[in-house]
Design a protein around this ligand. Structure first.
Ligand code: AP5
Length: 183
C-alpha cells in the first residue's frame, strides 16, 4: 500500500491513517507529527519549523521534503506507507514522485477527504491542540485553499485521485476509504 491522504486541516487524515495502519500494518507517516516531535526535542529543524507552525503557515518545502526522503528510507517503509499531511504543495508532490520513481515504486492512490469548513471549525475548536485556535485555523484553511488544494488536481491529472466524503461515522468513512483504494 502506497497512498497519500489529502484534505483540509481537521478533515480526519490522521484518524483514518491510524486505522489503516492498524489493520494493514503499513506505517502511518505524518509530517505534522514529525515536525511536532522535532519542535518538542528542540532540534535545529524544530526551531526553524516552530514559527511557521504556530502561525499556521507551511514549513518550507526543503525541510519537509528532506524529512520525508529520510523517513521513506527506513526499513518499515519498504513495505509501503500512508502519508498524512504530505504533499502539501505542488513542489512537494513533484518531489515525492521523483523519489518514488528512483525506487520504481510509484504512488498508488491519493485519497482526498472532503469535509466542509463549518464541520472543520467545530472539530478543531473542540480538540485544543496548540495551533487549534480560531484565528490560526482560519489561516490554515486559507493556506490549504491557496497552496494545498491544487495538489488535488495534480493527482486527478494522473488518474490517482479518490475523493471520499469525510463526514459521518469514522468506521463508515473508513469503509469508504477501503473501497476507494481497493483493499
Ligand atoms: P498537521 O499536523 O498535518 O495538521 P493539519 O493538516 O492541520 O491536520 P490535523 O492534524 O489538524 O487534521 P487531520 O486531517 O489529520 O484530522 P484528525 O484526524 O487529526 O500540520 C500541522 C502544521 O505542520 C501545519 O500547519 C504546517 O505548519 C506544518 N506542516 C505539516 N506538514 C507539512 C508539509 N507537508 N509542508 C509544510 N508544512 C507542514 O482529526 C481532527 C479532529 O477531528 C480530531 O479531534 C478527531 O478526533 C476529529 N475527527 C476525525 N474524524 C472525525 C469524524 N468523522 N467525525 C467527527 N470528528 C472527527
Amino acid at each position: 500500500m502506497r497512498i497519500v491522504f489529502l484534505g483540509a486541516p481537521g478533515s480526519g487524515k490522521g484518524t483514518q491513517a491510524e486505522k489503516l495502519m492498524t489493520k494493514y500494518d503499513v506505517p502511518h507517516i505524518s509530517t505534522g507529527d514529525l515536525l511536532r516531535a522535532a519542535v518538542a526535542d528542540g532540534t535545529e529543524l524544530g526551531k526553524k519549523a516552530k514559527t511557521a507552525m504556530d502561525a499556521g503557515e507551511l514549513v518550507s518545502d526543503d525541510i519537509v521534503i528532506g524529512m520525508i526522503r529520510e523517513r521513506l528510507k527506513d526499513d518499515d517503509a519498504q513495505k509501503g506507507f500512508i502519508l498524512d499531511g504530505f504533499p502539501r504543495s505542488h513542489a512537494q508532490a513533484a518531489a515525492l514522485d521523483e523519489m518514488l520513481a528512483q525506487e520504481a515504486r510509484p504512488l498508488e492512490k491519493a485519497v482526498h477527504l472532503a469535509v466542509d469548513n463549518d464541520e472543520i471549525m467545530s472539530r478543531l475548536m473542540a480538540r485544543k491542540r496548540a495551533d487549534d485556535n480560531e484565528e490560526t485555523i482560519r489561516h490554515r484553511l486559507k493556506v490549504y485553499e491557496d497552496q494545498t488544494h491544487p495538489v488535488i488536481n495534480y493527482y486527478a491529472a494522473q488518474a490517482k485521485l479518490a475523493t471520499v466524503t469525510g463526514i459521518g461515522n469514522m468506521d463508515e468513512i473508513f469503509g469508504r476509504i477501503e473501497q476507494a483504494i481497493g483493499v
